[in-house]
Design a protein around this ligand. Structure first.
Ligand code: ATP
Ligand code: MG
Length: 440
């Protein structure tokens, strides 16, 4: 750009010294070129935008069918998946060539205009020579300059298609960047240095959509060291409650307090370090088992990692692997079973040693015997820390200090296992149905 700019300025000065009249003609060609470029670019831009959109769709489709290829095969939908790919691909092709074709006409057209200008200068210059107002050498020099003058513009036109697809791609990136940001921490947000793990909920109501409440008027007090179990049917709002505690969403009505501080006045990063979470859908990354467990805490020693693995009852399994703790997991960790993956994430949470532990269906894929063993370890771990355990298998939460029974966003019952059974309410029904089901 710099060299083009400098040569345009230099060439313009030279042209002016030779003949202001011819310079005017040359410069007069500029708006024509610009007009043509703008006209064509506006025509082809919509194809570029569509091309970029469809490219996104195509990648999405490939990724989806590739990660879910066992499901695709199990349902015998290979042909459908292929057909869907073909359809999107055809569309990409159609838009792609139109975009390239239309945008590709800019360059020849600009050249054409440039050449017309060349001819005009030659003719007008010739007339000047016959009139004796200009020497033939000057006309020749001027023609050279006019070529140099239009060169940068022609160059720009020749990469018009690249520029246009870049603009279309950038638009999609900006769409993402323009998304509303998570509300920033309040300026006076504090950090708790010695968290205890006392949690309180006051009249908390929340809905993902403004018109539909998922949680209604929730009240709850949890003391440090307590083990709180949350049970309830699918869709009752258990995970939603966890999302609110961790501030993945902010409450609209009511307040949640941590050690007596409204969590809205705490730094998000600080709040989240106090929680350790194990979720149903495990997340392991490509790396060794050791690194995956150590993810819970920076700078954990080998000894601590092994202890955490032992507590999660996964140490034995790891040692049976040929490479032990150095075994490298693939990105989706398909080389180990679902239950083993859960155990690894539990070991990670154990190592992190958080103030509050949240287990959302953390042992759902583990067999009942291993689950029992982990519970023993957990019981020791939960001493001195607040724990929330969400479980569908009620056998796992019998020792909880308090069981919250949720249904349709409300806490319908709470108490210990024994108290709830005696109430013969929702919980008793839930428990008995599982008990009968197990017997059958
Ligand atoms: N991101 C979301 N946007 C809109 N609605 C949501 C969202 N997440 C959950 N919901 C809705 O909120 C309700 C409660 O969901 P939640 O995940 O808390 O249930 P849950 O009790 O954890 O169920 P499960 O036992 O199946 O895990 C459901 O009706 C669900 O459809
Ligand atoms: Mg859930």
């Amino acid at each position: 750009m710099m060299s083009s700019l400098i040569s345009i300025i230099g060439v313009t000065i030279m042209m002016l010294t030779i003949s202001p009249m011819l310079t005017l003609l040359t410069v007069g060609m500029l708006p024509v070129s610009a007009g043509i470029s703008a006209f064509i670019a506006s025509r082809s831009q919509k194809f570029f935008v569509r091309q970029q959109n469809i490219l996104g769709q195509l990648n999405g489709h490939v990724e989806e069918t590739f990660t879910g290829h066992t499901i695709v095969k199990a349902y015998g939908l290979e042909h459908e998946a292929e057909a869907a790919f073909k359809e999107v691909n055809e569309e990409l092709y159609a838009n792609g060539w139109k975009a390239q074709f239309v945008s590709g006409t800019i360059m020849p057209l600009i050249r054409f205009v440039g050449n017309i200008g060349y001819v005009v200068i030659a003719v007008v210059g010739g007339v000047f020579v016959t009139q004796g107002t200009m020497t033939i050498g000057n006309v020749q020099a001027f023609m050279q300059y006019s070529r140099q003058f239009s060169m940068p513009i022609t160059q720009l036109a020749s990469i018009a298609n690249i520029l246009q697809s870049t603009v279309a791609a950038a638009e999609r990136v900006f769409e993402l960047l323009d998304e509303e940001e998570e509300a920033a921490d309040q300026p006076d947000a504090t950090a708790l240095l010695e968290p205890k793990g006392k949690i309180g909920l006051r009249d908390v109501s929340f809905g993902y959509d403004a018109d539909k409440y998922v949680l209604k008027d929730l009240n709850l007090d949890v003391d440090p060291d307590q083990l709180i179990a949350i049970v309830g049917p699918t869709g009752a709002g258990k995970t939603t409650l966890v999302n609110l505690l961790m501030r993945f969403y902010d409450v609209e009505q009511g307040t949640i307090t941590f050690d007596g501080h409204n969590i809205l006045h705490l730094k998000r990063s600080n709040l989240r370090t106090m929680f350790g979470m194990v979720l149903q859908d495990t997340w392991l990354f490509e790396g060794s088992i050791r690194d995956n467990i150590a993810y819970g805490r920076e700078g954990a020693s080998e000894q601590e990692i092994i202890e955490a693995a032992k507590a999660a009852h996964v140490d034995h399994f790891i040692r049976t692997l040929p490479q032990g703790y150095d075994t490298v997991l693939t990105e989706d960790a398909t080389s180990i079973s679902q239950g083993q993956r859960q155990l690894l994430t539990i070991a990670r949470a154990i190592l992190a040693d958080p103030t509050v532990l949240i287990l959302d269906e953390a042992t759902s894929s583990v067999d009942t015997r291993t689950e029992r063993l982990i519970q023993g370890a957990m019981a020791r771990l939960m001493e001195g820390r607040t724990s929330f355990v969400i479980a569908h298998r009620l056998s796992t939460i019998l020792d909880a200090d308090r069981i919250l029974v949720m249904n349709q966003g409300e806490i319908v019952e709470q108490g210990t296992h024994q108290e709830l059974l005696e109430q013969k309410g929702f919980y008793a029904e839930l428990y008995n149905s599982q008990f009968v089901a197990t017997l059958a």
